[in-house]
Design a protein around this ligand. Structure first.
Ligand code: DGL
Length: 254
């Protein structure tokens, strides 16, 4: 099986890395729309248009499944994407919500994501339905350009964390939902700011989700191709660095 994965930029690599590690697809084709990142500050119709264009690009590779490794596109474009695809299209939000369910419903949760994801209210609605009523939401769009720039730790990004989170009862927060696929790159800083929190990362839960909902026998991934609408060599370098951080040997092509 060949899996297509897309995001506005490098963020979806956090999802692609987990899928790669799980060895459930023979081939992975990743597309980052780096020429137009960020998606999270755009309106609904722009996010839908960009997502449909990403789908068109990935259709050239004869994919059997599409993973929308972008919460902003998962929030606004899934329905339109499904109309245009004759294979399963899977978003990351459902899996992200599933990931939270390992925590007790009384946990004080912090939801972080782009403006598009937070204003869609999908996480908030689904979490409420699942019994989580102790939720603080924060749109944190400035994290995205830092991650794209390769700034994943240090005083600059900590200043941005301080800007967004200075008024929160940080010690009391028991779970932080990384509701943007760029944010796992910042896990070290999230851990520092929220020492008592479990970090929920949809890349991790999507593997469980895919294995539960689809018949994906173990295989070895023998091809991981990376494409981008701009700066593809930088995206490949970030992919190599990320896979190395995950303790994986990379066999990247594209
Ligand atoms: N990584 C994306 C997400 O999960 C989008 C970030 C952006 O382009 O604003 O929402």
């Amino acid at each position: 099986m060949r899996c297509g994965i897309f995001d506005s930029g490098v963020g979806g690599l956090t999802v692609a890395g987990e899928i790669y590690r799980a060895n459930i697809f023979r081939e992975i084709v990743y597309y980052g729309d780096t020429a137009r990142v960020p998606y999270g500050n755009r309106n609904e119709s722009t996010i839908i248009r960009y997502s449909l264009e990403a789908l068109e690009f990935l259709k050239n590779f004869d994919i059997d499944m599409l993973v929308v490794a972008c919460n902003s596109a998962s929030a606004w474009a899934l329905e339109e994407l499904r109309k245009e695809a004759d294979f399963p299209v899977i978003g990351v939000i459902e899996a992200g919500v599933e990931g939270v369910k390992s925590l007790p419903t009384s946990t004080k949760l912090l939801l972080t994501g782009t403006r598009a994801t937070i204003t869609s209210q999908i996480y908030q609605r689904e979490l409420k339905k699942a019994g989580y009523h102790n939720l603080i939401s924060r749109a944190t769009p400035l994290f995205v350009p830092f991650v794209e720039e390769g700034i994943w730790s240090g005083s600059l990004i900590e200043g941005v964390f301080e800007h967004y989170f200075h008024s929160l009862p940080r010690e009391e927060i028991g779970g932080v939902i990384l509701g943007c696929t760029h944010y796992p790159f910042l896990s070290e800083v999230f851990r520092k700011f929220f020492p008592n929190a479990t970090l929920i990362h949809s890349g991790k839960s999507i593997v469980r989700y895919l294995k539960t909902h689809y018949n994906l026998p173990p295989t070895s991934t023998n091809s991981f191709q990376i494409y981008a609408s701009e700066n593809v060599s930088q995206v490949r370098q970030i992919a190599k660095d990320w896979l190395k951080l995950m303790g994986l040997q990379s066999r990247l092509e594209g």
